[in-house]
Ligand binder design. Structure first.
Ligand SMILES: Cc1cc2nc3c(=O)[nH]c(=O)nc-3n(C[C@H](O)[C@H](O)[C@H](O)COP(=O)(O)O)c2cc1C
Length: 329
């Protein structure tokens, strides 16, 4: 793999790869600055895209930015660079989430580079999945992927899955009568084909998936009570395959690690032929989030509930143009 020069085209391509990452409600709460002198990316949060009601402590924002940071690392390795990454390098500047200095690699990280093709194949799928079991070897590889990023991934047993489903149900009930969360959702959903086809952020109606006629999969209904023309209904799986991702502590650096781990798990799952979706409903309520953990596991704090399975891929959703999120100096 030859090292490419860091011209504007290369820097832009790396940020394009980074921004294919998932973010809550596709808000894309990130900014990038590239300093040519030091060959360093500065990854910053964009608090104008935070969700004051659904994510008041900006944990979800950090998860999405962590996922973008992970894509940036994968893309850099794929392009032949070593991404020397430093989380939260300046305590006086908490919006500076990470620096990534590109250096010549001593030994390329082939495990990271191999994930590159999944960056543009991974999409959130809000469709029904087959009930087919996920092989133990695949589960072990996904858990290992999370561990490599300093997080834990567990596949909860039947009682715990039922508990998680109950918590999501509880959260859905609360969300339905919470004007603040409805406001966040309305700001970030795009209903109506014109707006859905042209918006460069938010969740477009074509990505909502069918409404749930039956089944237990915890899939957020982005339409809420709003009507979406031509939307079908479907029966979802009765026994969804859920995985819990979490960390021992609950500080911004843990959220960034969890975000990187989440993306590493999602990319590997994609390469393994799995469809993936995320469910943060229950975790957006502090009391429900606490109950979601398995007290016997090493996870102190749950960061994300993942739903994995064999089923249709989700559609690609838009991202803002790189020129809107990148400064080069
Ligand atoms: C922190 C976080 C929370 C999310 N929560 C949910 C959720 O509860 N339900 C859901 O369907 N998608 C959820 N998502 C997925 C986003 O909606 C999705 O990433 C975004 O719309 C972009 O689409 P894509 O993943 O297909 O690229 C979440 C993503 C992140 C990073």
């Amino acid at each position: 793999m030859s090292v490419q020069p860091l011209d504007t085209k290369t820097v832009t391509a790396l940020v394009h790869d980074a921004t294919a990452a998932p973010s809550m409600h596709n808000a894309q709460p990130w900014r990038f600055r590239f300093s040519r002198d030091s060959s360093t990316f500065h990854v910053r949060s964009d608090l104008g895209r935070a969700m004051p009601h659904s994510d008041p402590d900006t944990r979800a924002l950090h998860l999405g930015c962590g996922a973008a940071l992970f894509n940036l690392r994968v893309a850099a390795v794929h392009a032949g660079w070593e991404p020397a990454t430093h989380l939260l390098p300046d305590p006086a500047d908490p919006e500076l989430l990470a620096t990534v200095r590109l250096t010549e690699p001593a030994r390329p990280d082939s495990a990271l580079a191999s994930l590159y093709p999944a960056i543009y194949r991974r999409h959130t799928s809000r469709y029904p999945f087959a009930e087919t079991e996920i092989p133990a070897s695949v589960q072990a590889a996904l858990a290992d992927a999370a561990r490599r990023e300093g997080a834990q991934l567990i596949f909860p047993g039947a009682w715990h899955v039922q508990l998680l489903l109950d918590l999501v149900h509880d959260a859905e009930g609360r969300d339905a009568v919470d004007p603040g969360r409805a406001e966040d959702l309305a700001r970030w959903t795009r209903i109506g084909t014109d707006i859905a086809d042209t918006a460069t952020d938010g969740v477009p109606e074509y990505a909502f998936g069918p409404s749930k006629r039956d089944g237990k999969a915890p899939v957020r209904d982005f339409a809420g009570r709003r009507r979406v023309a031509g939307r079908s209904a479907a029966i979802f799986e009765k026994s969804p395959h859920l995985a819990l991702l979490g960390t021992t502590n609950d500080r911004p650096e843990d959220w960034l690690r969890a975000g990187q781990a989440m993306e590493r798990v999602l990319l590997l799952a994609t390469l393994e032929g799995l469809a993936t979706s995320l469910t943060s409903h229950a975790l957006e309520w502090t009391d429900l989030r606490w109950v979601a953990r398995d007290p016997q596991s090493a996870i102190g704090y749950v960061s994300m509930v993942l739903r994995l399975g064999y089923g249709p891929e989700g559609p690609e959703t838009s991202r803002r143009p790189v020129r809107d999120v990148l400064d080069i100096e």
